[in-house]
Write a protein that binds this ligand. Structure first.
Ligand code: FAD
Ligand code: NAG
Ligand code: NAG
Ligand code: NAG
Length: 516
């Protein structure tokens, strides 16, 4: 669906496990899940190194070490350096990343970028404007625009899609343009810990062959979804490997990304061409007709394909002091809702705001308090997005189960019904500052719409049974998130005013500061 010349509509097709976002296609990406296990290594040699590093370095030249200059690390480096901190960033690979993650920036994420003074990083990278989604199911389509009117969102309500690497490079440039940011290419091997306090890192500079150390009162671990370091800080049993539903979106004026879910146990081989056959025979029939031909042409012309594991993980605070884990290393949402960058940028804003008044980051007690407050204030945004990602992924995956199928139909009808249902869910998806509680209401709305389907035209005992199961599964899903995220933070009214006061309001002020 094209809406006007410059805007892209996103097409979702809910046939089988597939949801399609729109346009012409060139690149196909296959996502499935793998288990990634990495373990603590080489602890001993590193401890020695740490001891060898003498007290004189302890004072250090940096206030903060940031591990990883992805979206989160670069934005944080920029924000904290703007506040006068000396920031040492260590990034494994400074070349432009080529990845299939982080290619859609929701309206809320764009707003966060603007509040950080980084909105221009989305300009000049051939980013495409998304004004909403279009949903396809059984030959029907529904258009779901981001709400334009009557919302509390103080920014232009559209998303952008682009090459992730281009944005990352722009953010890195902006950060390293500040005199108090030292960007170094190197791989962090481990954290230096003393009595439960993280003192710095051991890393290997790309050009040097020896491991070196860097010390700072505060270390921020922002090394992405394959983070090794987080495992030394928190229990990683929370990581859940999630199947991904299929989506399509334009990432530049002439390229389209197509992401498809393939169950982990049945991935066709890419090497012997099974994958191409699978895509043409099993996927193509589910693509909206107007796109099917070019989809097949893309495969025949040898569009590049990549296999990427996906996972989600709720946030857990580390017991260790002197360290903050951020970004995908801290909290991952289901990629279906394309919100990871928005969440990490919002976290960067909150942290910046909380760290600003601290004169000395070396006061471990104070920094620990900041981290605790950070975890509370981020909840309304992060818990909402985590739950939404889970809900959507469960609802949109096709199933032989009658109750789940009814849920899928119910979700489709609810999304397409227009009015407050559509605008409410799109505001949630876009991170447009809806009250967190509204997610719970919409999830119940979808559940009851689905139950309505199940029970019509007349209730039979079997249908009533399915309805009950459906209701229970909704309660279970919500219950799980309320348990993980904390009932107080997620549901009790006190967190909502806190969200608006400490977070939205405070950061909005910051926008004004930056602009003026
Ligand atoms: C399939 C998929 C699709 C997604 N789509 C979207 C989307 O459309 N929109 C969205 O907002 N989010 C999306 N996400 C999530 C989003 O990509 C992430 O939330 C976001 O990139 C996280 O940023 P980060 O800074 O934490 O990590 P990254 O951007 O991954 O950065 C981590 C950095 O750390 C570096 N690094 C790693 N280890 C070390 C080390 N030991 N030493 C030094 N440096 C190191 C890496 O080189 C990298 O540069 C998607 C995720 C997946 C899996
Ligand atoms: C927005 O609110 C105004 C006044 O309450 C109303 O007249 C208008 O129809 C609303 N617009 C939308 C799109 O809901
Ligand atoms: C590696 O370290 C050396 C000496 O400390 C420094 O001059 C150089 O810039 C570093 N290399 C990179 C890629 O940052
Ligand atoms: C750290 O901060 C607290 C107040 O938050 C203060 O009471 C304490 O004295 C500080 N410690 C040091 C070593 O400055």
């Amino acid at each position: 669906m094209i809406n006007g010349g410059e805007s892209i509509e996103v097409v979702r097709k809910m046939d089988l496990p597939h949801v399609w976002l729109w346009t012409m296609l060139l690149a196909f990406v296959l996502t499935w899940m793998i288990f990634h296990f990495n373990n603590q290594r080489k602890k001993k040699s590193m401890l020695k190194l740490a001891e060898a590093a003498t007290e004189e370095i302890r004072e250090g030249v940096a206030d903060i070490i940031i591990v990883g200059a992805g979206v989160g690390g670069s934005a944080l480096a920029y924000a904290l350096a703007k506040d006068g901190r000396r920031v040492h960033v260590i990034e494994r690979d400074m070349r432009e990343p080529e990845r299939i993650m982080g290619e859609v920036m929701q309206p809320g994420g764009r707003f966060m970028l603007a509040k950080l003074g980084l909105q221009d990083c989305l300009e000049g990278i051939d980013a495409q404007k998304l004004t909403g989604l279009a949903v396809y199911k059984d030959g029907k389509e529904g258009v779901l625009p981001f709400p334009v009117e009557n919302n509390t969102f103080p920014y232009e309500p559209s998303a952008r899609s682009f090459h992730n690497g281009r944005l990352v490079q722009r953010l890195r440039q902006r950060a390293s343009s500040l005199p108090n940011v030292h960007m170094e290419e190197g791989t962090v091997k481990s954290l230096i810990e003393e009595k439960g306090v993280i003192k710095g890192v051991i890393y290997k500079n790309t050009t040097a062959c020896q491991e070196t150390t860097a010390f700072a009162p505060l270390t921020v671990v922002c090394d992405g979804c394959y983070s090794n370091l987080r495992r030394s800080l928190v229990d990683s049993s929370e990581e859940v490997h999630t199947p991904m539903v299929c989506i399509m979106y334009q990432i530049s004026s002439d390229e389209v990304r197509c992401i498809a879910e393939i169950p982990a146990d049945s991935v066709p081989s890419m090497a012997n061409g099974e994958m191409s056959t699978f895509l043409k025979e099993s996927m193509a029939p589910q693509i909206p007709t107007q796109l099917r031909e070019i989809f097949i042409k893309g495969i025949n012309d040898g569009a590049s394909m990549k296999l990427v594991p996906t996972k989600s993980m709720s946030a857990t605070l580390s017991e260790k002091k002197g360290v903050i884990v951020l970004g995908d290393a801290f909290n991952m949402q289901h990629p279906l809702i394309a919100s990871g960058m928005m969440v990490v940028l919002s976290d960067v804003l909150i942290l910046r705001h909380l760290l600003k008044p601290l004169e000395n980051l070396a006061n471990v007690t104070q920094v620990s308090q900041v981290i605790k407050n950070f975890n509370d204030i981020r909840k309304p945004m992060s818990a909402t997005v985590n739950t939404l990602g889970d809900a959507f992924s469960q609802v949109l995956v096709a199933s032989k189960d009658e109750a789940k199928e009814a849920m899928r139909q119910g979700c489709y009808d609810y999304l397409c019904s227009g009015g407050f249902r559509t605008s409410g869910l799109m505001a949630l998806l876009g991170g447009m500052n809806p009250p967190p509680l509204s997610l719970v209401l919409h999830i119940f709305g979808i559940t009851f719409t689905s139950i309505g389907h199940l029970l019509s035209p007349f209730p039979t005992p079997l249908r009533i049974w399915h309805s009950l199961r459906l209701f229970v599964s909704t309660i279970k899903m919500l219950g799980h998130h309320i348990k993980v995220e904390g009932a107080r933070q997620m549901l009790y009214p006190e967190s909502t005013p806190m969200y608006h006061r400490s977070y939205m309001a405070a950061t909005a002020l910051q926008l004004n500061d930056d602009v003026s």
